[in-house]
Design a protein around this ligand. Structure first.
Ligand code: C2E
Ligand code: MG
Ligand code: MG
Length: 681
């Protein structure tokens, strides 16, 4: 223990030194060095260089006196200070302690033992003071709010963060119970905390001074004294309002569609289940409506996704506005929306809403300079009160079937009926069969002769798709092409047809038969295939068939329905060198003005017009189309020619090519070759 004695009286200094040495010898103090300073200036100079364990200070110095001496020394060192004084004086003692001394001694009462005890005590006291100061600093520097309560649980002090977080000052909360109990008031409200626990952590709330509730994460610990008696409870808390907001956002996201803000599929199921439970209890019905926007995919593809998104948002808004606040409008994905109508007494109530929803969507929508009208088909499932127990997923499936039915039948809406389920089952089975058909090469092409009417010479063949079903035999295209289109399978199948037809034409060449033109039908779905032209070019290149020997048949409705792509696409197909025919011409109510500007080569008069011809009056339309074609320098083909009378009339009208059962049914390639060989031979 290094000791600095500041004392100008040499006699006193010597005496103190003697006592200290005695204390060392007796082991009452740890040994060390003694340094003597005889003035304040000397002491300060020495303290500037060294750090003693403790300082003994006489207040009366040659260059300073009394309390000033003490303050100066205290400022110069961190060591504990014991003051030496000449007289006993209570007031003075208190003053000295307040000014920074740890203890004081009366000079004339000192002996080795008293001195040693005072020095040890001063060191301990200094350490305790340091600890206290640090604790206080920590309390005030803490970012967490801290409130200390007494053994009875009443607040006795709070830190600065407490005030910053809650707005309450210490004086306003002192005496208040820390925790709110079921019966009374209290600062923190937290549900079901363990009252006798030493420590707990919980989510809690407190009221800020501005009246706003603050969610906090609260930890409460009991503080006991040395004998284990509860003396204090300390509460530490942090603001979790931001965390709570994030949590709320996440919860919202999990249950809502980010694009429209409407409930998503998850929440929808929940709401539906809820609605049905309520319905069962109150004996009321629930209707589930499912709808998707007509032509949405096409709009999205041609006008861009930003446009599509805006369209969905607007549709969501309109649907929401058309129903009661207690009903639910959800977006299930894509352009699929579902609506839950609650508290209905009859199914007819649902039809009224269905009409309202359609009307809401029907108002033209102008977005980014485009004005469009969207329609929707609606499937409805009526859930009577007693049906509340069946699964919600089932109801959704049924609504989907009803919607699908409405769409196919061109109805504004349709209620689910059990027989639709049968149709769907068959469709699903057929779809699976079709996929297998493609893998197992069950598709074949038949070829129908296209004939020059005067000479009856075969000049071309139309490739017509057939399905060799392992059980059902040869299935005609009308029964499976619509499903191929819906499932998108038409794309690979269509490509197969093109390649197959090109190869077949060349195979006949190789058999020494006269070179023929093949006509291949394209489907609407293929028109929307972005790389259609490249694929056809590749097939021509691969097979080596000259492009002018390939005629692509498109129906006029396909062209009219897709004016934006059709125009460009036809130009590019023409540029390849292919011929283009407008199939089934005369059946669609198309604008001639528009069709006349398309780069087509052939008008193909619909079979439905041709095979009805019995006399010249029936023939008027066919004749008009033939005349129109001639006027536009296009070739005319009449299909569906079944009788000699029809052929005679078509010949008289100077139709270029005829096709029909009279001249040959669609037939397998080897039969076609035989027929051709017989013709030429
Ligand atoms: P389409 O292109 O108008 O084909 C003419 C249809 O009329 C064929 O029916 C043919 O068998 C039938 N037909 C031919 N001559 C006569 C006749 O004298 N009287 C009657 N009543 N009918 C006759 P099919 O083969 O059943 O094909 C039906 C439709 O399926 C085709 O109409 C075409 O739109 C489509 N199709 C056929 N093959 C394909 C194909 O490979 N791809 C695509 N996308 N569609 C195809
Ligand atoms: Mg055709
Ligand atoms: Mg046709």
């Amino acid at each position: 223990m290094d000791i600095l004695i500041i004392e100008d009286n040499r006699g006193d200094a010597r005496l103190i030194r003697v006592y200290l040495e005695e204390a060392w010898v007796l082991g009452r103090l740890p040994e060390g060095k003694i340094h003597l300073a005889e003035s304040l200036a000397e002491a300060k100079a020495w303290l500037g260089r060294s750090a003693p364990t403790v300082v003994l200070l006489d207040l009366a110095l040659p260059d300073s006196f009394g309390r000033t001496s003490l303050e100066q020394v205290a400022r110069a060192t961190d060591a504990p200070i014991v003051v030496l004084t000449g007289q006993e004086d209570e007031r003075l003692a208190e003053d000295l302690i307040a000014a920074g001394a740890q203890d004081y001694l009366l000079k004339n009462e000192i002996d080795a033992q008293i001195l040693a005890r005072a020095l040890r005590y001063a060191c301990e006291r200094k350490r305790a003071e340091e600890r206290l100061r640090l604790s206080a600093q920590i309390l005030d520097a803490a970012l967490e709010g801290i409130a200390v309560a007494d053994a009875e649980g009443r607040i006795v002090s709070v830190n600065r963060a407490f005030t910053a977080l809650t707005g309450w000052h210490e004086t306003e909360v002192v005496g208040m119970p820390l925790l709110r109990t079921a019966s009374g008031a209290g600062f923190f409200r937290c549900e079901g905390y363990p009252e006798d626990a030493e420590q707990f952590q919980r989510e809690a709330h407190c009221l800020r001074r501005n009246g706003v509730e603050l969610p906090v994460w609260l930890g409460v610990s009991n503080l006991a004294d040395a004998c284990g008696r509860l003396r204090h409870r300390v509460a530490v808390f942090s603001d979790i309002s931001q965390l709570k907001r994030k949590e709320e956002e996440l919860r919202h996201l999990a249950h809502h569609d980010p694009l429209t803000g409407l409930p998503n599929r998850l929440l929808f199921h929940d709401r539906l289940a809820q609605a049905r439970l309520m319905a069962a209890r109150h004996g009321r019905g629930v209707a589930l409506l499912m709808l998707d926007l007509d032509r949405f995919k096409r709009i999205n593809d041609s006008l861009g996704h930003a446009f599509g998104d805006e369209l969905l948002r607007e549709a969501g808004r309109r649907l929401q506005e058309a129903v009661r606040a207690s009903d639910t409008v959800a977006r299930l994905g894509g352009d699929e929306f579902a609506v839950i109508l609650t508290d209905l007494d009859r199914p007819e109530a649902a039809t009224r809403v269905a009409e309202k929803l359609r009307a809401a969507l029907a108002a033209p929508l102008s977005l980014a300079g485009n004005e469009i009208v969207v329609g929707a088909s609606i499937g409805i499932v009526w859930l009577a009160p007693h049906e509340a127990s069946s699964e919600t997923a089932r109801a959704l499936e049924q609504a989907d079937m009803a919607m699908y039915h409405a769409k196919r039948q061109g109805l504004p809406y349709a209620f689910f009926e059990a027989k639709m389920q049968e149709g769907t089952r068959q469709r699903l089975a057929l779809e699976a069969d079709l996929r297998r058909a493609l893998e197992e090469n069950q598709f074949v092409l038949h070829y129908q002769p296209q004939v020059e009417p005067d000479s009856r010479r075969v000049i071309g063949a139309e490739a017509l798709l057939r399905w060799h079903h392992p059980v059902r035999g040869l299935v005609p295209p009308a029964e499976f092409i619509p499903l191929l289109e819906e499932t998108g399978l038409i794309v690979p199948v269509g490509e197969w047809v093109l390649r197959q037809a090109c190869c077949q034409a060349l195979a006949w060449d190789a058999e020494g038969l006269p070179p023929l033109r093949v006509a291949v039908n394209l489907s609407a779905r293929q028109l929307r295939q972005p790389d259609l032209v490249e694929r056809i070019a590749a097939i021509l290149e691969e097979t080596g068939l000259p492009a002018r020997r390939l005629e692509l048949e498109l129906t006029e409705t396909m062209v009219v329905d897709n004016p934006d792509i059709a125009g460009r696409l036809l130009d590019r197909l023409k540029a390849l060198g292919c011929r283009i025919a407008l199939d089934d011409f005369g059946t669609g109510a198309s604008s001639l003005g528009y069709l006349m500007h398309l780069p087509v080569d052939t008008l193909k008069i619909a079979g439905a017009i041709v095979y009805q011809i019995r006399d010249r009056v029936d023939a008027a339309i066919a004749e008009a189309v033939i005349g129109l074609a001639r006027g536009m320098s296009l070739a005319s083909v009449a299909e569906g020619v079944e009788t000699e009378e029809q052929l005679a009339i078509l010949r008289a009208s100077r139709c270029n090519v005829v096709q029909g059962y009279l001249l040959g049914h669609p037939m397998p390639p080897h039969e076609f070759a035989q027929r051709l060989a017989a013709d030429t031979g």
